[in-house]
Design a protein around this ligand. Structure first.
Ligand SMILES: *Cc1c(COP(=O)(O)O)cnc(C)c1O
Length: 516
């Protein structure tokens, strides 16, 4: 590690400390507070919490704790947040284990060799779950932990781009205009990867009744500058699995040398247990890399992700840094250096604690709850857009049937539910699907049947409230929903300077990015 050199000043002489103390007015110390009351009896309870400038003086720890905790109580309740795929429940034992590891920096392999070993075990287990080929003298499957699927996808993209560039260079061909093929329903991190690494995005657009990639259209878009195709195992909008096998088979049939990266952020820990015969992973020869979010159905709190390559040949050597860190050589391929070790340790706990049977039990349960919810919503007249019986993720995507009589939309229902504490988002579908609106419930481990029943009751109530509103009332209400502060475009925390960007799919088409 490089240490920045110290800049010396004259004041840094031996007696500097004494001099400095001279410059402080010691009688300025405030001895008025005795903190015998509860935190609400201190002067802090009558003051704004500091917002812009670091305060001059300390505050007692119990005051700081209580005041921040109170402020956070206005956040949504994670248990009622049905918008997110990200884990909101872990057992006490693993929480303890993770808390005990907070002070470990994962990257310090030399100091924390067992944490590094635990990551390697996780990579092995995940690679096998995805049916990575066994290592031979020429092929070594490889993988690493990341902060989440976004970093994993950035790494996967970089590897595909560099491999393509190296091949083009070796052939003496132009390597300045790489492109990548994906569905327009991709998660925003793919748009970021393309933009940050100067890769042209080639979209296969959704239609009014197809929300997954069309394998033939995808393969037809390939040219000599294509670095790879992204296939999603569980789109964020409807949770549907894209047909990776169809893409693979078309590539094989046409003899096209183009790799597939599977974005299995959510599906990577679902499909192997619910749908083990579905061919989407390394069993398909064109699949070269797969990412998965440990913090989604991998059942770990955020942020941990994983990326696995079928063989070291897909991970160009010139992207890898061998870090000789405090005496130990470690091959490293990450965007970030330091990160906590807790999440990796949490992942290992979940995998050995639950085993395949434990994972299957949870995934079967939530698939059944999702099917039940879909059925009940259908009875209420909603159109179900997601798959059932384990053919997709355990999410329920639904929308209102077309009607000329109804004057409210999915966004109004979402808002009504929010008033009961439920976070059920409404979206505008990916471009070319005619501005289709939908709502989505992500069924996570802790969404049990009785909670599902409460939600169903509340959806019925929300519908009734909206139906009972007359037109004027509804107009006012719609206006209120539109200008409500939690609406992401209107949120105060969006910096005015960066409002209204035009480069993304959201900026260009009005697609709203799903919460993940
Ligand atoms: C969640 C998600 C991502 C991003 O993953 P993070 O782990 O949140 O970085 C990418 N792709 C898909 C399909 C997702 O569902």
């Amino acid at each position: 590690m490089v240490h920045l050199a110290k800049v010396h000043h004259e004041a840094d002489q031996n007696d500097a400390l004494a001099k400095r103390i001279d410059t402080i007015k010691l009688d300025d110390v405030d001895n008025e507070d005795h903190f015998s009351a509860t935190v609400y009896g201190t002067r802090f309870a009558t003051q704004q919490l500091p917002q812009h400038e670091m305060p001059d003086k300390e505050m007692p720890r119990e005051v700081a704790y209580r005041m921040i905790k109170d402020e956070l109580s206005l956040d949504g309740n994670p248990m009622l947040n049905l918008a997110s795929f990200v884990t909101t429940y872990m057992e006490d034992e693993v929480e303890k284990l993770m808390t005990e590891s907070f002070s470990k920096n994962f990257i310090d392999y030399e100091e924390y060799p067992r944490s590094a070993e635990i990551q390697n075990r996780c990579v092995n287990m995940i690679a096998r779950l995805f049916n990575a080929p066994t290592a031979t003298d020429d092929h070594h499957p490889m993988g690493t932990s990341t902060i989440g699927s976004s970093e994993a996808i950035m790494l996967g993209t970089l590897a595909m781009k560099r491999r393509w560039q190296n091949k083009r260079k070796a052939e003496g061909k132009d390597y300045s205009r790489p492109n990548m093929i994906m569905n327009s329903a991709v998660q925003v991190c793919w748009e970021k990867a393309a933009r940050y690494f100067d890769i042209e995005e080639r979209y296969v657009y959704c239609t009014e009744d197809r929300y997954v990639i069309d394998p033939k259209q995808a393969v037809d878009l390939i040219d000599e500058n294509t670095i790879g195709i992204c296939a999603i195992m569980g789109t964020t909008y409807t949770g549907e699995y894209e047909d990776v096998k169809a893409i693979n088979d078309l590539l094989v049939e046409r003899g096209i040398d183009c790799p597939i990266h599977v974005d299995a952020a959510s599906g990577g820990f679902v499909a192997p247990f619910i749908n083990p015969n579905l061919m989407w992973d390394f069993r398909l020869e064109k699949v070269v890399s797969i990412n998965v979010s440990g913090h989604k159905y991998g059942l770990v709190y955020p942020g941990v992700g994983w990326v696995v390559w079928r063989s070291h040949e897909y991970l160009p050597q010139d992207l890898i840094f061998n870090i000789n860190y405090l005496g130990a050589e470690q091959a490293s391929f990450t965007l970030n250096f330091s990160k906590g070790a807790s999440q990796v340790i949490g992942q290992y706990y979940q995998m050995i604690r639950l085993g395949k049977r434990g994972f299957r039990a949870i995934m079967v349960n939530i698939t059944m709850v999702a099917d039940y919810l879909a059925e009940e919503l259908e009875k209420m007249g909603f159109i179900i857009m997601s798959q059932r019986r384990g053919h997709g993720l355990p999410v329920v995507a639904f929308r209102l049937p077309p009607s000329n009589e109804r004057h409210f939309d999915e966004f109004a229902i979402a808002h009504q539910l929010r008033e009961r504490g439920w976070i059920v988002p409404a979206y505008t579908m990916a471009p070319n699907s005619n501005g289709l609106k939908l709502m989505r419930v992500v069924v996570r481990e802790d969404f049990s049947m009785s909670r599902c029943d409460t939600l169903i009751t509340d959806v019925k109530l929300a519908m009734k409230t909206l139906e009972d509103m007359d037109q004027t009332m509804l107009d006012k209400y719609t206006e209120h929903v539109r200008t409500h502060a939690t609406n992401s475009h209107k949120a105060k925390h969006n910096h005015p300077h960066f409002k209204g960007e035009k480069h993304s799919l959201q900026g260009k088409t009005g697609k709203t990015h799903g919460v993940c």
